[in-house]
Design a protein around this ligand. Structure first.
Ligand code: FES
Ligand code: FES
Length: 177
């Protein structure tokens, strides 16, 4: 039996993207397989790990919990929409400086979740960071370095005025719209 495909069009990291997908396809697989945005990882497929976290219309979403068709016409930010190698986002810069990763598998989802946290609470306490990131699991770091990285990023974002509400979250020192 042939399954009828649906066209799903989104703006991903500021770029218009479109692909035909089966209605049962998860958003994470649409991002990875159809749009080539493989920075978004699949750690469990059961909504536990948060490695698949992306921003959908400004909210942090575990993209294995959403169908691609549900994201039609939405604005999505993945880890590829943060900084570039030449111009890291303050979150990326802080993770690098504070050794907030080891294997890096969880890191895209952790950084997206951390940006979502800082949008709500620009200057969180250590406890609030731990609570805010409880939806993402890291098997390597023991979390302390992640917390330190998010604290540093919070300071840096306030100092540099990077706009966390922009869809494409370009790097340090750049004010975007
Ligand atoms: S892959 Fe989505 S929560 Fe683990
Ligand atoms: S750095 Fe390995 S899972 Fe987090």
């Amino acid at each position: 039996m042939t399954v009828e495909k649906k066209r799903v069009s989104v703006t991903a990291n500021g770029q218009a993207c479109s692909a035909e997908v089966e209605p049962r396809k998860l958003l994470v697989h649409y991002l990875r397989d159809d749009l080539g945005l493989t920075g978004t990882h699949v750690g469990c497929d059961t909504s536990q790990c948060g490695a698949c976290s992306v921003m959908v219309d400004g909210d942090v979403v575990k993209s294995c919990t959403m169908l691609a068709v549900q994201a039609d016409h939405s604005e999505i930010t993945t880890v590829e929409g943060l900084g570039t190698a030449a111009e890291l986002h303050p979150m990326q810069q802080s993770f690098w400086e504070e050794h907030g990763l080891q294997c890096g598998y969880c890191t895209p989802g952790v950084m997206i979740a951390a940006i979502g946290l800082l949008k709500e609470n620009p200057n969180p306490t250590e406890e609030e960071i731990r609570e805010g990131l409880e939806g993402v699991i890291c098997r390597c770091t023991g979390y302390q370095f992640i917390v330190s990285a998010v604290q540093k990023a919070a300071t840096r974002i306030q100092e540099t005025g990077v706009n966390l509400n922009s869809q494409r979250l370009v790097g340090e020192g750049t004010q975007n719209d």
